[in-house]
Ligand binder design. Structure first.
Ligand code: DP6
Length: 418
């Protein structure tokens, strides 16, 4: 068998603390404002993608979580792949110009590809995977094609797949600079600080059950741009100030400022959604109860010890420092008891598992002040929070060894479902 041209990578999920909402160009996915996010650990949430290029393949093919999808059905997917192929083509051209004999230049840009992609988190968790998905796709193509572009330059390719995906090209704290150019060359992600910068910062994802299908981000933000008058103010003055203040808070590891800006920005994003006509509402009763509980927790602590943020759905992401996390987990698990029927894997992974010792995280309310707060608030109906995922700040896309490939010898998925 000849040489196999293949790459396998994993890429992380990111959760914005300054939200991206609104496009100035929907084809190129250029945003109306800059945004900033925290990359979460790939140990708990990530997408793994293997891509192989071969002269034997007759068409491009794609498998998502074991099921074959029409790779040409999504314009965004086609755009990302085409853009990466063009970069490879330019590289092959350059190699020839540099005097490398034509027969030694591998024409990967001309070969069809097989793309196989899997999430390591249950789909039932209700977490959006487009950001980690496109970041994994582009990282795998960048590795396979040996592209010389920097990660920021490659983030533009992830951006044309899904805006927020450009931020998953880096670990730690990441800004997506909106840019001003019409061709989008300056609309890319840059790392603000790496994951080691603030190791005490952790995250808790509260998956709120929701039967209704939300308005997609893409459609929702389009209507907002067209109809909301609050939105213009957000883009013009609020976000630019917050971007600077947030970068400073991260540089100084100033949690209280980080937390307040995070909550205010989430609230403003959802206010702008309500100001959209017809209005869009992503948060549900559970989301609002969680936000209320975070403010009550902060009052009990006498400082801003936790922050919530919500994307285009009812799930809450809570940021807090490790030293406050145990009490928070205890409070949430008390006030939002799990439903017995989904008990076995309701917590994914066990939210107590990342504490140093099991004793440190008794499944009880240990702090008397928090215990009093929990009793005052009482219990919400079982199962309104379906899962709690306890995680931390993580690194950017990782290149895995060939042994981790999702494709077999002939380039077909090792695990396929009908
Ligand atoms: C609310 O990146 O999913 O999560 O660019 O149309 O694919 P498209 O939208 P998407 O929007 C994410 C919006 C958000 C806020 C954020 O992540 O910044």
């Amino acid at each position: 068998m000849g040489k196999v041209y293949e790459a396998t990578v994993t890429a992380p999920v990111n959760i914005a603390v300054i939200k991206y909402w609104g496009k100035r160009d929907s084809a190129l996915i250029l945003p109306t404002n800059s945004s900033l996010s925290v990359t979460l650990s790939q140990d708990h949430l990530s997408t793994r993608t293997t891509i192989r290029a071969s002269p034997d393949f007759t068409i491009d093919r794609l498998w998502l979580n074991g099921v074959e999808e029409d790779i040409n059905a999504s314009k965004r997917l086609v755009n990302s792949i085409t853009t990466a192929r063009k970069l490879r083509e330019a590289l092959e051209e350059k190699q020839k110009q540099d005097g490398i004999p034509a027969e030694s230049v591998v024409p990967l840009s001309q070969w069809k590809i097989h793309v196989c992609s899997e999430n390591n988190f249950p789909t039932a968790a209700g977490l959006a995977s487009s950001a980690s998905g496109y970041a994994a796709l582009v990282s795998a193509l960048g590795t396979l094609y040996e592209l010389p572009q920097t990660t920021s330059e490659l983030s533009r390719v992830a951006r044309v797949g899904s805006g927020s995906a450009c931020r998953s090209m880096f670990g730690g704290f990441v800004a997506w600079q909106a840019g001003i150019a019409d061709d989008g060359h300056d609309s890319l992600a840059v790392q603000v600080a790496d994951r080691q910068h603030w190791p005490e910062l952790q995250a808790l994802i509260l998956v709120a059950s929701d039967k209704k299908k939300a308005v997609s981000s893409t459609a929702g933000m389009q209507t907002t741009v067209e109809t909301s008058s609050l939105f213009a103010e957000r883009v013009r003055t609020v976000v630019p100030q917050r971007m600077e203040a947030m970068k400073e808070a991260i540089a100084k590891r100033d949690f209280e400022t980080f937390a307040e800006i995070t909550m205010r920005d989430s609230n403003q994003f959802h206010a702008v959604c309500l100001d959209t006509y017809p209005p869009i509402s992503y948060m549900n009763d559970t989301s609002r109860a969680v936000a209320g509980l975070v403010h009550a927790f902060n009052s009990a602590r006498g400082r801003t010890a936790a922050a919530y943020t919500y994307d285009a759905g009812p799930n809450a992401v809570i940021y807090a420092l490790k030293s406050d996390m145990r009490d928070l987990v205890e409070l949430f698990t008390y006030c939002f008891p799990r439903e017995d029927s989904i008990l076995p894997d309701a917590f994914y992974p066990d939210p107590f598992s990342i504490f140093d010792s099991p004793e440190q995280a008794g499944h009880r309310l240990t702090d008397p002040v928090i215990c009093k707060l929990a009793n005052t608030v009482g219990k919400y109906s079982a199962g309104s929070v379906r899962r709690i995922i306890h995680t931390e700040v993580g690194d950017g896309p990782r290149v895995l060894p060939a042994s981790q490939s999702l494709l077999n010898d002939v380039g077909m998925p090792k695990r396929a479902r009908e």
